[in-house]
Design a binder for this molecule. Structure first.
Ligand SMILES: C=CC1=C(C)c2cc3[nH]c(cc4nc(cc5[nH]c(cc1n2)c(C)c5CCC(=O)O)C(CCC(=O)O)=C4C)c(C)c3C=C
Ligand SMILES: [Fe+2]
Ligand SMILES: [Fe+2]
Length: 325
């Protein structure tokens, strides 16, 4: 937290998922252990899940995933950490009237610690914005758990649930796609790839897939695309059960086989670039597309700390704070 503290100001906390502190098996293991112990992420009973996690997933996944992180690591750290910090700085510049900080649900800076510091500093209003445009019990609700644990029902802290069809955000994403087309040219299709969740959770009422569809629809309309020019898929499967479909990798294989040569991919479920966009989409899925006959997969970066992104988020937070004034 690098902004001078003024307890009378409202505080704004931008929360992202979290990421390892280093691209090493040890740091990745520590991060995955915290992440995958969260009941919101894996709800299996602990006597069943803990042996699988401690004896299979953590020992085997950590060294493999550490190599993937090493391939996208930036000078200042993991892309998710660097871009989230820069985004918080950009929102702070848009909101001099508030103290804007960022926190991570897993890893550092720890959400619990950041919230405790803000509570102890006596900020009268704390507005929490999870950097997930679409609500999911696996992500947004987990942030809510920590907010409730720290602030209880004091009324000091409030959290926004989603912003998947916020007009400023939709326009910022659409503008970033247009700007990318202006510089790099336009592929035959625009594929929207969102992080998946288990299908079981959607069946139980998690609104996440509906919000992905609604947001995608709004962006497609803002771009004036025909329905058959855009596709929506889900990436980042984890475990063996069915996740939301269609899957991104399977769709790219099929498109390559159908003779589609150039494709653009955008990931509006991710506020900032991270392992899942820079490695899974821009590297792994680009290779899959090539292997199946595609020529070029152009990845359109996340909004990151673009001024339009910071302005859209600042406007959301300002509205949320005004409702409580
Ligand atoms: C954008 C929203 C996200 C949802 C919904 C989500 C659900 C979800 N994720 C896992 C398992 C993993 N996700 C991992 C990385 C990761 N996930 C998100 C976002 C969402 N996850 C982001 C932004 C990232 C990247 C973090 C980074 O450091 O860059 C990982 C770690 C990487 C790996 O081991 O593959 C796992 C594991 C589950 C199980 C889940 C819902 C049940
Ligand atoms: Fe455990
Ligand atoms: Fe994830």
């Amino acid at each position: 937290m690098n902004t001078p503290a003024s307890p009378l100001q409202p505080a704004v906390v931008l929360v992202n998922l979290g990421t390892p502190d280093a691209p090493t098996p040890k740091a990745v293991r520590r991060y995955l252990a915290e992440f995958l112990h969260d009941h919101r992420v894996v709800a299996l009973t602990r006597w069943l899940w803990c042996p699988i996690l401690h004896f299979v997933i953590l020992p085997f996944r950590s060294p493999r995933v550490a190599k993937l992180y090493a391939g996208v690591w930036m000078d200042g750290g993991s892309p998710l950490a660097v871009h989230t910090a820069r985004l918080a700085d950009a929102v702070q510049r848009e909101m001099p009237e508030a103290r804007v900080v960022h926190a991570m649900r897993y890893g550092n800076p720890s959400l619990r610690t950041v919230l405790q510091q803000l509570r102890d500093a006596g900020h009268p209003r704390v507005q929490v914005l999870p950097l997930y445009p679409q609500y999911s019990t696996t992500t947004t609700a987990s942030v809510g758990d920590v907010v409730t644990a720290v602030f209880g029902d004091s009324g000091v802290a409030r959290m926004r649930d989603d912003y998947h069809v916020d007009p400023d955000w939709v326009e910022a994403v659409a503008d970033s796609i247009r700007a990318h087309w202006d510089v790099h040219g336009r592929g035959e299709r625009l594929l929207f790839s969102f992080h998946g969740i288990p299908q079981r959770l959607a069946d139980a009422g998690d609104p996440y897939p509906l919000q992905c569809w609604a947001g995608c629809d709004a962006i497609v309309r803002a771009l004036g695309l025909h329905e058959d020019e855009a596709l929506l898929t889900f990436q980042s499967r984890f475990g063996r059960e069915p996740w939301l479909q269609p899957y991104t990798d399977e769709t790219l294989k099929a498109l390559g086989g159908e003779g589609v040569r150039d494709i653009d991919v955008v990931c509006p479920g991710f506020a900032v670039d991270c392992l899942e966009t820079l490695e899974e989409i821009a590297l792994q899925n680009a290779e899959i597309f090539h292997e199946h006959g595609g020529r070029r997969l152009r990845y359109i970066p996340c909004l990151n700390d673009a001024p339009a992104h910071a302005q859209a988020l600042a406007a959301l937070v300002r509205r949320d704070l005004a409702e409580r004034a």
